[in-house]
Design a protein around this ligand. Sequence first.
Ligand code: IMP
Ligand code: MG
Length: 185
Amino acid sequence: MLALDSIAKVMGGRAIRRVVFEPETIQRRVEEMGREITAAYPDGDLLVLGLLKGSFIFLGDLVRQVGRPIQIDFLVAASYGSGTVSSGEVRLLYDPATRLEGKHILLVEDIIDSGRTLNRLIELLQARRPLSLTMCALLHKHIAAGLKMEPRFLGFDAPREFLVGYGLDHAENFRHLPFIASLAE
Ligand code: IMP
Ligand code: MG
């Protein structure tokens, strides 16, 4: 369990409602996911595509648990601005430089909320003719209507609250928290 005074310090005075996933819980699940991914791809080129910025910590931990050759690249899409409600607008700010054609693509996402970002990216990536396109998400709120693809690898079902930490931000804050918490109103 995390000490409350150290949480208050790392949050800079901003209150959290509760810690939803402790660091140890996250690490255990990420290790399992690494093993699941290793087993799922016995051969072929595998490109792990992290969706920035939210997936950066998850991806960093996850790839170190994958026991087969991989390549890593990133996508940058912006959807939220500084609010806590999806704006619906998805902008691609960085497109992967790596060739996708003929490779297994594993898209790594931090959290699936409305699913708008993913639906847009799935279209874009499929047009590049990968050998396969599969999704891996740390968290899933299960509120997305019309999601074009469900994650084959999923860390946790997420509560329908606004979460921060372990890569997830609120207005670019709190990404560095080693735990995942819901923010107080
Ligand atoms: P979607 O397009 O609504 O599914 O939103 C996807 C993106 O919004 C995620 O990749 C996150 O960056 C961000 N997001 C969604 N829910 C949360 C949350 O609870 N906390 C922080 N960021 C979130
Ligand atoms: Mg964000």
